[in-house]
Design a protein around this ligand. Structure first.
Ligand code: GLY
Length: 371
């Protein structure tokens, strides 16, 4: 591991060590890192889809250091998320992000029956969103009955995990059908993916592919591309199936051909030159997928591209000072401002940055894996 990677990892862990007491004092699930404090989720309180990333950061730091402060903070955050399972109403397909990185991590790293049970509840919620026409419904509300989004590829590991835990193939079958639909209906011949497919919930026919969080219909939202890249890679790893490996490679090749010379990632790969919108979350997530893809395929270009992304983040956009509580700057929730943040720190970018650095150091907690 090169010195800059070691420095990046150490400084990131150091920053979050200080963050543990700040977050606990605020009593929130942090969403953004700001000056001396964290900001809460912009919408829907503790059921907002990003709630698992803070405990995920804590578990990765705990796995690396075994320091009690990380464990305690992970457990505090987990309690807030567990309360959402009982509340139920606002939960959505992103229970994979939320519960694999909190309860699932808890059970994986130190063994906990209650945490395992909560993770199984989350898997059942996700499976319960399956429409037998071939897709997992993303969001709630009458207007969204036929909506599926590419991001869901990152929720499928929860189903892979549940299948492994219970021996019940229904979870795997749902995950496979949804992933196959994603290849067929979301991935384009050039390897790019659309963000949203609206299906007729009765017939399963695609009605529309709106722009979603990207620049415009037909463009390529970089974070959606990163979700697909890492999500297909995880399906290939968890299911040991080359169909998903091939899909992951198509996503990766497209992503790699659009990495900026400085290693940063545009918010949408088809966006105009102005405004120059960057989304560093996309780069950090893609780096995780590329590192795993390099190991799966033995192809050096994937590893080299991951390092290019991480080096760009480390040298140009990582803040390791005490000024802000988060690390990666220039994170952007959506191309068209949706109120969830533009060119600021958003902590799920930090989660993937940390995970990628842990992978390079050889101690990733492997929170997305079914075994
Ligand atoms: N999963 C929603 C997003 O990436 O913003």
């Amino acid at each position: 591991m090169e010195q800059w990677m070691q420095d990046a990892l150490q400084k990131t862990i150091d920053k979050f060590r200080k963050g543990t007491s700040i977050a606990a004092r605020q009593g929130i699930l942090p969403y953004t890192g700001e000056k001396g404090r964290f900001g809460p989720a912009p919408f829907d309180g503790n059921s907002w889809w990003t709630g698992g990333f803070w405990p995920g950061i804590m578990w990765q730091c705990y796995n690396a250091t075994k320091e009690e402060c990380f464990l305690q903070e992970a457990l505090r955050a987990e309690e807030m998320l567990v309360a959402q399972i009982a509340a139920f109403e606002k939960l959505h397909h992103d229970v994979g992000f939320m519960y694999l990185l909190s309860c699932g991590a808890h059970d994986r790293l130190i063994g906990d029956t209650a945490a395992r049970t909560h993770t199984l509840h989350a898997a059942n919620l996700l499976a319960g969103r399956f429409n037998p026409e071939g897709f997992i419904r993303a969001w709630n509300g009458e207007d969204h009955i036929g909506y599926a989004i590419v991001d869901c590829m990152m929720n499928l590991p929860l189903l892979h995990w549940a299948a492994k835990q219970t021996g019940d193939p229904r979870y795997t079958k749902i995950a496979r059908i949804h992933a196959d639909t994603t290849i067929r209906e979301f991935q384009r011949p050039d390897g790019s993916c659309c963000h949203i497919c609206i299906f007729d919930p009765e017939s399963g026919k695609v009605l529309q592919r709106p722009r979603g969080q990207g620049y415009k219909e037909g463009s390529s939202w970089s974070r959606g591309q990163a979700w697909a890249l890492y999500g297909f890679t995880l399906s290939a790893l968890n299911l040991k199936d080359d169909t998903y490996l091939a899909a992951a490679k198509r996503c990766a090749d497209y992503f790699i051909s659009h990495i900026r010379p400085d290693g940063l990632t545009c918010c949408d790969f088809c966006q105009p030159d102005e405004p120059e919108l960057i989304d560093n979350i996309a780069g950090a997530c893609a780096a995780c997928g590329l590192i795993e893809l390099a190991k799966l395929t033995g192809e050096e270009k994937y590893h080299a591209s991951a390092l290019k992304l991480l080096y760009g983040l480390h040298t140009l956009c990582a803040d390791y000072s005490d000024r802000y509580t988060g690390v990666l700057q220039k994170c952007t929730a959506a191309y068209h401002n949706d109120g969830a943040g533009r060119h600021i720190n958003i902590l799920y970018g930090d989660y993937f940055y940390l995970e990628a650095l842990c992978k390079l150091a050889g101690h990733d907690a492997r929170l997305w894996m079914c075994e």
